[in-house]
Design a protein around this ligand. Structure first.
Ligand code: NAP
Ligand code: MG
Length: 403
């Protein structure tokens, strides 16, 4: 069989531990035999990040801006324990944080659903995608413990000399204070990424804040979304019969639970942190959650939502077999290859991505699964396999589909 051609390389970001092992298996077994793979390779494994003083991460992000599509393996975010384990020169920042701030993007997380794994919420028929605003609010706040009676004020000193102040509270005794902010530029980027991704995936977009209580702060979010929608996306949404739906966060939560799913739910930073864990848990397994970072210019970085699966890696190092689920990492590759195909007008590449995902579904629907899924499956008798056997089973079905 002739291999499927590519024209523009993908940015390939390799990673750490168990997912690095899976990365190579996926490439060797499921991609390289079928695709004439072109990538610009960046090793974001922790040893290489340390050796390059993390410049490699910045280069990989810059390459994504230049080439438009990236696929990333899970990476270690160092902590004190990792400093010793890897003899690091510095506690390097989270690569995802670095990449996100360079691309100024929004992360969209969508569960991969199969008939034999039922969501906890029984009326959810379609996956729900969570889009989390990843800048500001409580994550960049400053805080103060108030030790005694006194007055707290919010003060703004503009460069032009403009001065504004409001009293937060007249404390009669001890208490606590918090100051937070956000930026019009960041909220605008968030809005563009959300509307773009909704059009990309042909889904409705929901957005919610608490602007009845927070009239200025949350009101700013609502107004910016409305303006970006009216000026740039409304016509296309209407043409396609898609909906942009704004409501209050508590109303949104109630509607999400009652819904059939199938839409994108844009959340402010804190709401997104909390709700994405609820959504992924309710849909089944972290190992079945995809993640894509979309920049307001339309650059894409695909990855799995889970980490490097350290516990499995330590077993692997001892020579033990592991049943680590590669599905979300395979979908990162298929997502990136499909997007590359779309951008470059390569129908065969897009079809290959569909078939690769199809082969994963065929395998799971045949009841062949990794350990994490076996206990979740209903209505079929699952057969538990290790990662290698699982990937071999996917390859068998991929061969059939491509023949
Ligand atoms: P994790 O790698 O997501 O794994 C947590 C647990 O979830 C695993 O021990 C495993 O449970 C289960 N799990 C996750 N993915 C799985 C898969 N594909 N197949 C089967 N089971 C899976 O999170 P972590 O252990 O908290 O973090 C490990 C490292 O990953 C950390 O160094 C962290 O910094 C990094 N991390 C990176 C990213 C990223 O690059 N995007 C995201 C999160 C974390 P059992 O052990 O019970 O089988
Ligand atoms: Mg969280």
């Amino acid at each position: 069989m002739e291999k499927i051609k590519m024209t523009t390389p993908l940015v390939e970001m390799d990673g750490d531990e168990m997912t690095r092992i899976l990365w190579k298996m996926i490439k060797d077994e499921l991609i390289l035999p079928y695709v004439d793979l072109k990538t610009e390779y960046y090793d974001l494994g922790l040893p290489k990040r340390d050796a390059t003083e993390d410049k490699i991460t910045v280069e990989a992000a810059e390459a994504t801006k230049r080439l438009g599509v990236a696929v990333k393996c899970a990476t270690i975010t160092p902590n004190a324990k990792r400093m010793d384990e890897y003899k690091l020169h510095q506690m390097w920042k989270s690569p995802n944080g670095t990449i996100r701030s360079i691309l100024d993007g929004t992360v969209f997380r969508t569960p991969i659903t199969i008939p034999s794994i039922k969501p906890v919420v029984k009326n959810w028929e379609q996956p729900i995608t969570i889009a989390r605003h990843a800048y500001g609010d409580v994550y960049k706040s400053v805080e103060l413990r108030v030790p005694e009676a006194g007055v707290a004020k919010l003060v703004f000193d503009g460069e032009s000399g403009k001065h504004e102040e409001v009293v937060i509270h007249n404390f009669k005794g001890a208490g606590v204070l918090q100051g937070m902010h956000n930026l019009d530029k960041s909220i605008t980027s968030f809005a563009h990424s959300c509307f773009k991704y909704a059009l990309d995936t042909n889904k409705d977009l929901w957005f919610a804040t608490k602007d009845t209580i927070s009239k200025k702060y949350d009101g700013q979010f609502r107004e910016i979304f409305e303006k970006v929608y009216e000026e740039n996306y409304k016509a296309e949404f209407e043409k396609r019969g898609l909906e942009y739906f704004y409501t209050l966060i508590d109303d949104a939560v109630a509607r999400v639970i009652r819904s059939k799913g199938g839409y994108i739910w844009a959340c402010k930073n804190y709401d997104g942190d909390v709700m994405s864990d609820m959504i992924s848990t309710a849909f089944g397994s972290l190992a079945m959650m995809t993640s894509v970072l979309v920049s307001p210019e339309g650059n894409y970085e695909y990855e799995a939502a889970h980490g490097t699966v350290t516990r499995h890696y330590y077993k692997y190092l001892k020579g033990e077999e592991t049943s680590t689920n590669p599905i979300a990492t395979i979908f990162a590759w298929s997502g990136a290859l499909r997007k590359r195909g779309e951008k470059d007008g390569l129908k065969d590449l897009m079809n290959y991505a569909d078939q690769l995902e199809g082969a994963c579904f065929d395998t799971l629907n045949d009841g062949i699964a990794t350990k994490d899924l076996v206990n979740l499956m209903e209505g079929i008798t699952p057969k538990q396999v290790n990662s290698k056997q699982f990937i071999a089973a996917i390859r068998e079905r991929l061969e059939k589909r491509l023949a």
